[in-house]
Design a protein around this ligand. Structure first.
Ligand code: SF4
Length: 208
């Protein structure tokens, strides 16, 4: 069976889209193979491209703050992006780049990891899972996607120069922490599919 490290090796050698030409390093993602949480951002930026690691610049520092606010360290979660190579000048990913990358690599990472909760960071990550939905509507609440949960947050980079959005992300992350605690409390029943956290009224979707 394929491993996450084998997927990472494929990413590092990938030339499936034009972003391969301008990258210094592809950024497959990192984290434990049994991570319960998968964080999915948009794509690598300057610092990530330099180091070949996800979320290592200022947005990454804020992400670590957010994780710490709910008692988590980055080593406990898997962090990756929709696309694995940096777009020039940090522009938005093009649809054809997302199409070349995400079904090929992110989808395999999700299958191999089997995370309980996928936390999308920003509108591009959310759009890959729920193309017709808006982050302004869905942020800060869980939705069930097949056998997993999706929990959309705004992208940490968007909050760096926007104090109001920063507070929104902090509030949403606190809700994520509360949701994880409720999942823990309902774990035995949730495994049988007979009960969900009482506060949630999930919409059933079937992407996974
Ligand atoms: S962005 Fe994805 S598809 Fe494009 S070259 Fe990088 S790894 Fe390959």
């Amino acid at each position: 069976m394929e491993t996450l490290e084998q997927v990472a090796a494929l990413v590092r050698a990938c030339t499936r889209c034009g972003l391969a030409k301008g990258r210094r390093n592809a950024v497959p993602g990192e984290g434990p193979a049994d991570a319960r949480l998968l964080f999915v951002g948009e794509g690598p930026g300057y610092h990530e491209d330099q180091q070949g690691r996800p979320f290592v610049g200022p947005a990454g520092q804020f992400l670590e703050e957010l994780l710490a606010s709910i008692g988590l360290r980055r080593e406990q979660v898997f962090i990756t992006n929709i696309i694995k190579c940096r777009p020039p000048n940090n522009r938005d990913p093009l649809p054809q780049e997302v199409e070349a990358c995400a079904p090929y690599y992110l989808a395999r990472q999700i299958e191999l990891l089997g995370p309980q909760v996928v936390v999308t960071l920003g509108r591009h990550a959310l759009a890959w899972f729920l193309p017709k939905e808006s982050i302004s509507k869905l942020h800060g609440a869980a939705r069930q996607l097949g056998e997993r949960w999706l929990f959309p947050l705004y992208h940490p980079a968007a909050a760096l120069h926007n104090p109001a959005l920063r507070q929104t992300i902090l509030n949403d992350t606190a809700k994520l922490g509360q949701f994880l605690a409720r999942l823990d409390r309902s774990a035995p029943a949730a495994r049988t599919g007979q009960e969900r956290p009482a506060e949630e009224q999930p919409q059933q979707l079937s992407l996974f």
